[in-house]
Design a protein around this ligand. Sequence first.
Ligand SMILES: [Mn+2]
Length: 350
Amino acid sequence: MKMKMSFRWYGEDDPVTLEYISQIPGMRSIVSAVYDVKPGEVWSEGSLAKIKRNCEAHGLVFDVVESIPVHEDIKLGRENADKLIDVYCENIRRCAKYGVKCITYNFMPVFDWTRTQLDKRANDGSTSLVMYMDQLKGLDPLTDDIHLPGWDSSYTQLEVRGLINAYSALGEEGLWKNLETFLKKVIPVAQQCGVKMAIHPDDPPYPIFNLPRIITCEKNLDRMLSIVDSPANSLCLCTGSLGCAKSNDVVSMVKKYSAVGRIAFMHIRNVKLMEDGSFEERAHLSSCGSLDIGEIVRVLAKNGYDGYVRPDHGRMIWGESGKPGYGLYDRALGATYLNGLFEAYEKIYG
Ligand SMILES: [Mn+2]
C-alpha cells in the first residue's frame, strides 16, 4: 500500500510490546521517542540506536518520532530559547542519523491535551477518554488546586499558575512570533537531513483557561504552513483533535492539505461531538462517531497519500487495562479497519 501504517510504542515499559504490534496485519512503522531525558536535553545516540535495533528485530521500521517536546521557554520566547532550539536541531540530526523520516511535535502551551475523564464507561462496557463541558465549567487553575488527567504532574500548582500567567501575557500573536522563530531555525535543518516536521493540532482546538492556542483551524494551518513554505514544514493531521471543534470541516482540510503534499502524518480516530461542545472518543468506524472516516481515507487515497498513518487513541475493551487511549486491542481494530479502507480506495484510485 502507498500509505505507511504505523503504531505508537512507548518504549520498553509499554505493556503493548513490539511483538504484539508486529502481529497486527499490515503494520510497518513504529512511532516512538526517547523517554529517558527531559524536554530541552539532547537525546543519546545509544537510546536511538536501541529503539531502531528493537524495532528491526521485530520486522518493524523506526522512522517516526512522536514527539520531540518543545520546551516551554521556546514557546514563551525566553532568553535561553536560542540555545534550546539549537538542542532541538541537534536532536533532529540525531534522529535522522538513525533512520527517522518524520518528527511530530506540538506548540501547545503547558498542557499536551485536556480531558475531564479517562475511563468513561459506555453502555457496552468499554471505556474511553471524554471531555464534558459541565465538568470543565467553573474550574480555574489560577484559583483552584485542579488536577486534570493528562496534565504534567511534575509541575507544582504554583509553577502552573506562573506558566498560565506568562502565556496569557504573551497572547496569540506572541505565540505566533515564537513559532515563527522556531520554524525558521528548525525547518532548514530538517530539510537538510531529509526529515519532515509534522505539527500536531491543539487538542482540543480552542483556548482553555485563557491559554492562547494557534494550531486550531484551517486559517491558522494556512498561516503556519506559509511561515516556511517547504514539505519539511508539514502537518500531523489529527482528525480527532481538529474534529472536536464543530467549525472544522476535517474532510475538506484533509483534501486540501493532502493535495498539496503538506500532510506528513495522519492520526486517525473518531469522536462523538455533543451539542454543548463536549466530546467522547469513540471507535474508529464512521458510524461510531461524528467524523466520516471512510471519506477521509477516500480523499487521502484519491490524492495518492504516501505518508504515515496511525490509528490514534483507542477505547479500552475486552478487559484490557493500561495507558488510557493506548491499549492494544481497539487500536489494532482501528489499524485493521483503516487498512481495509485504504486497500479498497487505493485499488480504485490506483
Ligand atoms: Mn493525535
